[in-house]
Ligand binder design. Structure first.
Ligand code: DC
Length: 233
């Protein structure tokens, strides 16, 4: 881990992606979306007609999968067969499938190296569920970003509608709760804040406020960043 690392963990829909991307831009770090890796695995399993919960099928799919994480100008790009993954991994079906495959040790172990290598390449804002606990336990700054389930479902619903999906708020709320329950109950990397994480409840905060708070803490952790930070905004 040669670079500086900020980790942002928390449940789905808390605003992690937007906040992480903006924080990375603000600090001049590269953004790493680790959910995209789990989604890429789930998507390829679905596309090849393999069984999501069958370890043998999953192991075969991981062997066949040509996955890579490449440094782009602002963020790390997840590719399958040399092509960046896109909106095809953002559907509700892939979300549920990603949550299911992420319970499997084989999958988590397979993805670990892909994630860790990013911090050898540059400074990173890493977003996920186990960034501060498993993937980057020595990170200099660790956040847990949370929001009430209703607020998270409202945001996710708006996102899906904007993308042209037909789905009700109630269905999104039910799916949010279902995913939370599964992510919390799993043995591996369960969804909860660790003791060394700074907990931020974003229910009543704007994205700008959250990013501001995080950036100022980054300036305290790495004083050399302060000059660049004050010149933005
Ligand atoms: O952040 P996301 O919604 O794109 O993540 C998709 C799924 O992947 C989510 O249900 C939990 C899982 N995940 C994980 O277990 N660990 C991570 N570091 C990132 C995502």
């Amino acid at each position: 881990m040669a670079g500086r690392v900020v980790t942002i963990d928390g449940p789905s829909g808390a605003g992690k992606s937007t906040v992480s991307r903006r924080l990375a831009a603000r600090l001049g770090f590269r953004y790493l979306d680790t959910g995209a890796l789990y989604r890429a695995v789930a998507w390829s399993l679905l596309a090849s007609g393999r069984h999501l919960d069958d370890p043998a099928d999953v192991a075969a799919a991981l062997t066949a999968l040509r996955l890579a994480v490449e440094p782009g100008p602002d963020e790390f790009v997840v590719t399958v067969d040399g092509r960046p993954v896109g909106l095809e991994v953002r559907t509700p079906e892939v979300s549920q499938a990603a949550s299911r495959v992420s319970t499997q040790a084989e999958v988590r172990g397979f993805l670990l190296g892909f994630q860790r290598r990013c911090a050898d390449i540059s400074d990173v804002v890493a977003e996920g569920r186990d960034m501060g606990t498993v993937v980057f336990p020595a990170a200099g700054l660790k956040f847990w970003l949370d929001a009430a389930p209703e607020e998270r479902a409202r945001r996710r619903h708006r996102e899906l509608i904007e993308r042209g999906e037909t789905v009700t708020y109630e269905a999104v709320l039910a799916a949010t709760r279902e995913r939370d329950d599964r992510d919390r109950a799993r043995e591996l990397a369960p969804l909860r804040p660790a003791r060394d994480m700074i907990v931020i409840d974003a229910t009543a905060m704007s994205v700008a406020e959250v990013v501001e708070d995080m950036a100022s803490r980054a300036g305290q952790t790495w004083p050399e960043l302060k000059k660049g930070l004050s010149s933005v905004n």
